[in-house]
Write a protein that binds this ligand. Sequence first.
Ligand SMILES: *Cc1c(COP(=O)(O)O)cnc(C)c1O
Length: 423
Amino acid sequence: MEVNTTERQVEKVIEAVDAQNKWRKLECINLIASENVMSPLATKLYASDFMHRYAEGDIAHRHYQGGKYVDEVEGLAVELVKRLFNTTFTDLRPLSGSMANLACFKALTEIGGVLFTLSVPCGAHISHQNFGSVGIVGGKVKPYPFDIERMNIDVDATIRQVKKEKPDLLVFGGSVFLFPNPLKELREVADELGIRIMYDAAHVLGLIAGKIFQDPLREGADVVSSSTHKTLPGPQGGLIFTNDEELFERLKTAVFPGIVSNHHCHRIPALCITLLEMQKYGEEYANNIVRNAQKLAGALVERGFKVLAESYGFTQSHQVLLDVSSLGGGRKVAKDLEKANIIVNKNLLPWDPLTSKENPSGIRIGVQEMTRFGMAYNEMDQIAEFMEKILIKGKNPHHKKEEVISFRKDFITPKFCFQNVEI
Ligand SMILES: *Cc1c(COP(=O)(O)O)cnc(C)c1O
């Protein structure tokens, strides 16, 4: 009996993984804005002996022996990041974007220091908050004044506020990120008052690599922190880059030994491949992403949905933000769509109180993953139609599921990556 039970448990784990691979990778329209898929080559290289090894410390100065191949690929990844983002110093060891942020907050603020960030309903990531990474290093967050029509930081009001509060750090970027942030506009007041600027590129790193979004270092950021797996379709992980050598020394210490010992080396070969792919196909990929997001937003409005920032062209990123309060709210809408294999997340909108986070007014959509599988204008229309049938015309989502599965069948191979590489 005992043996059977164990065997059954093993089987169940294997079954769950197989089911996940089939459902989420082949049968869904995935519109989660923070996700993506690696290329087949990067995926293959992800599961290697690197996953078992330690390589604490700096490249070529490790605390453990046995790291020569880690040094080789990490050295290449560093060079690729420098070239792709036109930067001088980078640290690839943070295990996630939140950890990269934590290292930045540690290096750039002091206990009791004041940071300006978005509020959560206006798009901040949780790590930007007092209850997140900022709180861990003892910083205090003040929200930027926000222009809801433009879905962006209100520049004039912020300049006034910054002069009054004299914060230590301005944090740009967020988890809702429709438009480039006003870095250039706020750099002058930051310089005047000796305030540092940090840019969280987690969502838009692939768009920056594809040169279709703002270039944060050129526009005045002192440091960029990011995840490596959203619009940049790499392994889950984090990174930091800067052109400021003195700041980089502090960032590096915050990363190691501050927040990581080993840095999960198996990510690095997959990251190398992703960066090489972005170097080659990144501009085309990023262009298609933004065009698709704008197309989908327009198609949704035509079918009766309320999309934010309509008068400003909806979006200049991979994201589209919908107000679904009149359709039962974000929770109901996201669950109904899931029944039809369309995956989105409920999201707070700027006017929602934090207390409504279980059933906020909005949903957030990202087109980067479906674009990666080759979807274009016609498919954006089709997605809008699925959503209309289910959410506005009240069709049974369970009945739409088979249609969604068959629609996905033509889009199961990642594009914008090396094909037919034998390993
Ligand atoms: C996703 C995200 C992060 C980090 O996410 P991880 O899951 O820790 O990699 C950081 N900042 C923003 C704005 C994000 O959206």
